[in-house]
Design a protein around this ligand. Structure first.
Ligand code: HXC
Length: 513
């Protein structure tokens, strides 16, 4: 008798794990995609996954909707490198991974449990969106998910892997998570698909051009990571998790350091060109400073004039923000301000100290930037730095002009330790721009204006474009020998490890969105 019952369970288990059936699984594989369960197996530690709600089915009274165990999403919990996570993975083999009432309830249950436990939630999306046949019940499910995304924001890390279609309003749950990874040629995210675009705007566009991984990784900034394939995607999630804490009440995980905290680099200054107009790669400086040269870049393809990402210093996670003189000379623009502000807020929410490396000529000028809202977007960076109470260490390497000087983790935004290299140039404007304004009349009347401008610019540079005026005022705490950048940042991080800083009570601030 009992045996029969156990047999029945085994048969149900087999059926549930078969998803939408062999044909659909083959179709999934033939599109170069893994199944929901294969994906979870790649993510979690072997044998650690426990599937919950495996036998849930839809409860629509529409007889045309076939019933499958699981109802289009696999949910549960497991560990990644020994740390607890909750996971939901849409099963495209079941009704195109569309979200019906019960699919939504399963996801919501998983999110609620992750919140109660205080651990990351990872959503793997491969879905046709709201289940058309279930109508408003599907919309109801999405609405409940959006609410959970918002409640979980800043409490537990939320990560989305987009490995298939993700359409309509369904894109907003991923957008509300902290990190979106998209797999090239497979992940698709759009509010309205190519057919609608054609109908409304008479524009021909492919799925990939419209909402593929490259489009969102480099143009819209929706995706923080672009993965080459699914394996790469899950490797990236694991690496990301290794830097971040389980929740906002915990410290990020530390590793046993294998790089000398006192390591100096006498070659560091030579990475900075003598000519301030020559490009150089800030990543070379970052790699010299952080543990083992390991910089895990976030938003690598988006707004490349600012670099953000995770690294470790003496084994402990830091969030790194730096100007990248390789692009737009490291000027700040709309996208880079958004990118930096969001990253700063993530770090602050999850107790990750912020290290800022500065070399920027200012905010990017022009009608394009002004009319698209550089004032509004640029202010987010100021807001984010000011709000952040985690340890903040800034090192000015080269140019730090005007508003961008203030925005890049200045003392005024409550950075704790501000270093500068002797090569730092801290001023209101760059020399050429400054003398054009201060000597406008003289230059206009001069017979050889170009030579005079050069001379005046040199005088300005000698007088203002150095770190010592700031150091005299205590706006810079210390001018350091570039070769000591790593040990000096590590010492500051260690000094600030127990930093506590209060902010006035408020319901929430009103960041200029
Ligand atoms: C019900 C769906 C479905 C959906 C796909 N299917 N999407 N069933 N509701 N939303 C089913 C298909 O009927 C098919 O069933 C199976 O899933 C696989 O779909 P295919 O079309 O064969 O696959 P493919 O060619 O790979 O195309 C995938 C797709 C396409 C691009 C996702 O299916 C598609 O455009 N679907 C509709 C997308 C959409 O408009 N969704 C609503 C968005 S609005 P069979 O039985 O034939 O295998 C939305 C509102 C959310 O989501 C609002 C939140 C606030």
């Amino acid at each position: 008798m009992h045996e029969e019952k156990v047999k029945r369970l085994a048969s149900m288990k087999k059926s549930a794990e078969g998803g939408g059936g062999n044909e659909k699984i083959e179709a999934q594989h033939s599109k170069g995609k893994l199944t929901a369960r294969e994906r979870i197996a790649l993510l979690v530690d072997e044998g650690s996954f426990v599937e919950i709600d495996k036998y849930v089915t839809h409860r629509s009274d529409d007889p045309s909707i076939p019933k499958f165990y699981g109802d289009g999403v696999v949910t549960g919990f497991g560990t990644v490198n020994g740390r607890q996570v909750f996971v939901f993975s849409y099963d495209f083999t079941v009704l195109g991974g569309s979200l019906g009432e019960m699919t939504g309830k399963k996801i919501v249950k998983t999110m609620d449990q992750a919140m109660k436990v205080g651990c990351p939630i990872i959503g793997i999306v491969d879905s046709g969106g709201a289940r058309i046949q279930e109508g408003v019940s599907s919309l109801d499910g999405y609405g409940d998910i959006f609410f959970r995304n918002t409640m979980a924001s800043g409490v537990i890390p939320q990560i989305t892997a987009s490995i298939g279609p993700c359409a309509g309003g369904a894109v907003y749950s991923p957008a509300m998570t902290d990190f979106v990874l998209m797999v090239e040629n497979v992940g698709q995210m759009f509010v309205t698909g190519p057919d609608v675009v054609k109908e409304v705007l008479s524009q021909e566009v492919s799925f990939d051009e419209l909402g593929g991984a490259r489009a969102h990784g480099s143009k819209s900034g929706v995706a923080q990571f672009v993965a080459k394939n699914e394996y790469d995607c899950f490797d990236k999630i694991k690496k990301l998790l290794s830097f971040i804490p389980q929740n906002n009440a915990e410290e990020p995980p530390a590793v046993e350091p294998t790089d000398d905290p006192n390591r100096i680099d006498p070659n560091l200054i030579s990475l900075l060109p003598e000519n301030p107009y020559q490009q150089y790669d800030m990543k070379d400086i970052i790699k010299s400073v952080v543990d083992n040269g390991d910089f895990f870049e976030v938003h690598e393809l988006f707004a490349e004039n600012v670099l953000v990402g995770f690294a470790r210093m003496n084994g402990k996670t830091i969030g790194l923000i730096a100007n990248q003189p390789m692009l737009l000379a490291g000027a700040l623009d709309i996208n880079s301000a958004n990118k930096a502000a969001r990253f700063i807020r993530f770090c602050d929410a999850f107790n990750i100290p912020i290290v800022t490396l500065v070399d920027t000529p200012g905010y990017l000028p022009g009608t394009d930037q002004e009319h698209n809202g550089i004032i509004r977007h640029g202010s987010k960076m100021l807001f984010a730095y000011c709000e952040a109470t985690v340890p903040k260490i800034t090192c000015i390497i080269g140019k730090a002009y005007g508003g961008a000087y203030i925005a890049m983790g200045s003392k005024n935004l409550r950075a704790d330790v501000n270093y500068a290299w002797p090569s730092a140039e801290i001023a209101v404007l760059g020399p050429e721009a400054a003398v054009t304004i201060t000597h406008r009349k003289t230059l206009k009347d001069a017979p050889d204006a170009a030579v005079l401008k050069k001379k005046l610019a040199k005088e300005y540079r000698d007088k203002f474009a150095n770190p010592y005026l700031a150091a005299e005022k205590g706006i810079i705490d210390l001018v350091i020998d570039p070769m000591e950048t790593r040990p000096m940042i590590i010492r500051a991080l260690e000094a600030l490890a127990n930093k506590k800083e209060a902010r006035p009570w408020k319901k929430h601030g009103n960041i200029n969105l």
